[in-house]
Ligand binder design. Structure first.
Ligand code: GUN
Ligand code: ZN
Length: 430
């Protein structure tokens, strides 16, 4: 057994639905982790268990223990093209993204980027992530292998594409299905790893490819589906041309059997009300990626309207259209995107979206996302004095909510002192 000392903060319920009693906070508390990596108990440090062979991790008075961050949308191969500026979505894909992704035909390149990616995610305290690979089977295996080596929780999928991209990234739909199936049967459910069936988005898919993705989902109902929807107005218009028979963009995915509670659609900036009704009815989730939406100029996420329809949301970095893996930035940008639309999100709502909300969106709310007894011990030790400016801000914080706000807007990877997954140290600054 191991005992960690620090102030504790953790969401315990959805603050959009439950305005009170939605989190725990303990000044000078502890998290007790058992030998199987589960949280055995939390409480006040002076009421800690007094077992003599308990190992105590005590890094001083200025540590905040929070659940690991959950990033519900990012592209592993795009790490090296962050900040490729100038174009909106469709131009950006053709000009930068497809040439970058073509390099992942080389497995050694994939291994190098996989190592860099998990360095970055862990340094920023992201302990669970839903990840796009490229179309390459070898590169996708390389991302899984690295995730396994690092001991993080990851859902990864081979991108499926069979039209509207350069020839060197296009596949025969049957081969795409077979390769996805091989990867799924190898990796889905192995340790902390899961598989996501990953058609890139409707414009790079023929109806046949989507049908085969749906077939795979039917064969493996507990696998995930990961794709994009309604990010950009030109994309939405293009889907209308490419799928003239479909009633809407969301209908294209529904017809293929791709909606459901383990389906995560990135963006959803321009969805119509009837599409939101469909997503809510199928319990399909949206990953909101505010940093990416601002970078690509995709639009302002209609969070209030989406929540009012009963669709669950979480937060994604969307590297490399997003410019950082930092979930502090994801929270800060989510806040700003709502501020300009007249909605003021609270720090508790933002931290929920970046932790427990992400875990619930990924149907992992029983395993991770909060500091509650019985869950896996997945948490970060945050250093409230990581920089002199942060010290100045956190020392004067008038409440926990105010402290969390300071971290959202001023926090970065320097704040993340140590990270644990299932009670195992996976990253440490010192
Ligand atoms: N839509 C289809 N592919 C992509 C991608 O790689 N990034 C983003 N942001 N949107 C997409
Ligand atoms: Zn994306």
């Amino acid at each position: 057994m191991k005992l960690f000392r620090g102030h504790l903060f953790s969401p315990t319920a959805n603050p959009f639905e439950r305005p009170t009693e939605n989190h725990i906070e303990v000044a000078d508390g502890y998290v007790l982790v058992d030998d199987s990596g589960l949280i055995a108990a939390t409480g006040h440090f002076d009421e800690r268990p007094s077992n003599p062979d308990l190992e105590v991790v005590d890094r001083g008075r200025d540590i905040l223990i929070v659940p690991g961050f959950v990033d519900t949308h990012l592209h592993a191969p795009q790490l090296e093209m962050i900040g490729s500026y100038g174009g909106h979505l469709l131009e950006w894909l053709n000009r930068y993204t497809f040439p970058t992704e073509a390099r992942f035909a080389d497995v050694n390149h994939a291994r190098e980027i996989a190592s860099a990616l998990f360095d970055e995610l862990l340094r920023h305290g992201t302990l669970t992530a839903l990840i796009f690979s490229t179309v390459h089977e070898g590169a996708t295996s390389a991302f899984f292998e690295e995730a396994e080596r690092r001991g993080v929780r990851a859902i990864i999928g081979k991108t499926m594409m069979d039209r509207n991209a350069p020839d060197n990234l296009l596949e025969d739909p049957e081969e795409s299905y077979e390769a996805s199936r091989r990867l799924l049967t190898t990796w889905h459910g192995r340790g902390l790893l899961r598989y996501a069936i990953t058609p890139r988005f409707a414009p790079t898919s023929t109806p046949r490819l989507l049908e085969l993705a749906g077939k795979l989902k039917r064969e493996f109902p507990d696998a995930y589906v990961h794709t994009h929807i309604s990010e950009n107005v030109a994309e939405v218009a293009w889907v209308r041309e490419l799928f003239p028979e479909a009633d809407s963009y969301a209908e294209v995915y529904r017809e293929a059997g791709l909606l459901g509670e383990r389906s995560i659609l990135a963006h959803g900036v321009h969805l119509e009300d009837r599409e939101l009704t469909l997503l809510a009815a199928t319990r399909t989730k949206i990953s909101h990626c505010p940093n990416s939406n601002l970078f690509l100029g995709s639009g302002l996420f209609p969070l209030r309207r989406i929540l009012d329809h009963g669709v669950e949301i979480s937060l994604g970095s969307d590297i490399g259209a997003g410019t950082t893996p930092s979930m502090f930035t994801a929270m800060a940008d989510a806040y700003k995107v709502q501020q300009v639309q007249g909605v003021s999100l609270t720090p508790f709502q933002l931290w929920y979206l970046a932790t427990l909300g992400g875990a619930e969106a990924l149907c992992m709310g029983d395993e991770t996302g909060s500091l509650e007894a019985g869950k896996d011990a997945d948490f970060n030790l945050l250093d409230l004095r990581a920089t002199s400016l942060l010290s100045l801000r956190t020392e004067g914080a008038e409440s926990l909510q105010d402290l969390l706000a300071g971290l959202i807007f001023m926090g970065d990877d320097r704040v993340v002192l140590q990270s644990y997954v299932k009670g195992r140290l996976v990253s440490s600054r010192t």
